[in-house]
Write a protein that binds this ligand. Sequence first.
Ligand SMILES: [Zn+2]
Length: 246
Amino acid sequence: ELPHLDTITGVADPGQVQGSEIVMRVPPLPERPFDSASHAPALHPQQRVTKPAQQQFEIIGVLSKLYVLMENAKGLVLVDQHAAHERVLFEELRRRMEQQGVPTQKLLLPQTFDVLPRDADWIEQNLSVLQKMGIGIESFGPDTFKIDSLPSFLDVSDAAQFMRKVIDDLKSASNSASPMRLGEEMIAKSVCRHAVKANDPLRYREVEKLIRDLLDCDLPYCCPHGRPTMIQISLAELEKKFGRKI
Ligand SMILES: [Zn+2]
């Protein structure tokens, strides 16, 4: 079951947010978190990195309904809740795609659409990939296809128009990409709209789950678009800013 953080409207209860309440065992941040802002390549299961040694974090609270504040041995850690949720959703959908295909939703009315012959060839060659991505597509005559279902995490009003866009996107991405990478591109493009936003107030236990899920990710330090999910402000930096150290 996907986390439905985007539907939560409850207000964080300050009384529940006590730093000493939660102690989690999680991996340490990299020395220079901003390095992860460059585009991160997709990892396949056999390539997944081994988690670094465990380290303690404590959740302090949420700043401005956006930044989760945490403390670790080095100092302060800020997590962008939107970027963090994007990363969590992305890896969850990718895992489903690899294992059994993403969850789909039947269209009320199956739709047929025509494509150029060269696009038809491309679709024929990639039918199984498209189906694993949750697109229920089949051949329906020469250069014509029928769609009867779409990934349920997408919000699509015109299935044929959506498919033309997907095919354009994926064809341009596919020159150097593996088939699964095509699905990752689609997921990365759509996941943003479904993640919790800045200003979505989260309950404390939702924040806790988000952080736990994030730290379970293969690449917890950046969102699928390459932006950082968390940054570290060290105690040494704070000492400098407060003039305790020259
Ligand atoms: Zn992003």
